[in-house]
Design a protein around this ligand. Structure first.
Ligand code: CMP
Length: 138
């Protein structure tokens, strides 16, 4: 579905108390919540979610971090959702993110960067289905 994307509010933003402000910004930017839950990834599940990055030097750190605390997972809907959401969150490295973006406002570092956003329509569907059954997606 081309008008949907998938996001996670990562453990750093959850621990730092930014979940409410991030969700507020997402909703005020015109995204409708299709599905949402608070959950915690095991190392195995985090490794599976980020399997595409397995060969990268930061993979171990990424898996450890993503399983270090609770997260919020959500499917979002809006015209041009994938691209518009990536604009809203800003560059992966918060020091390179534009002013006003979620990562500029709330991220800690390139690894602990507050939020995830799908990079394609295909991955948005795969990632949303990783966390939510069809009956949970409205
Ligand atoms: P995300 O958009 O969730 O997708 C892959 C993640 O890998 C990325 O956000 C970062 O959290 C992490 N990542 C990317 N580059 C680095 C890096 N150089 N060092 C540590 N983590 C990274």
């Amino acid at each position: 579905m081309t008008n949907r994307t998938f996001t996670m509010i990562k453990p750093d933003a959850m621990k730092n108390g930014h979940a409410g402000a991030i969700l507020d910004k997402i909703i005020k930017s015109g995204f409708r919540i299709v599905a949402l839950k608070q959950t915690k990834l095991t190392e195995e599940k985090a490794g599976e979610f980020y399997a595409v990055h397995k060969a990268r030097p930061f993979y171990g750190e990424l898996v450890e971090f993503m399983s270090s605390g609770v997260i919020i997972a959500a499917i979002l809907e809006k015209d041009n959702a994938v691209a518009d959401f990536r604009t809203l969150i800003g560059a992966t490295d918060p020091s390179k993110a534009d002013e006003g973006t979620i990562r500029k406002l709330f991220a800690t570092s390139v690894g602990e960067n507050a939020v995830h956003g799908s990079d394609s329509d295909e991955n948005a569907k795969i990632e949303g289905d990783f966390f939510f059954s069809g009956l949970e997606q409205f």
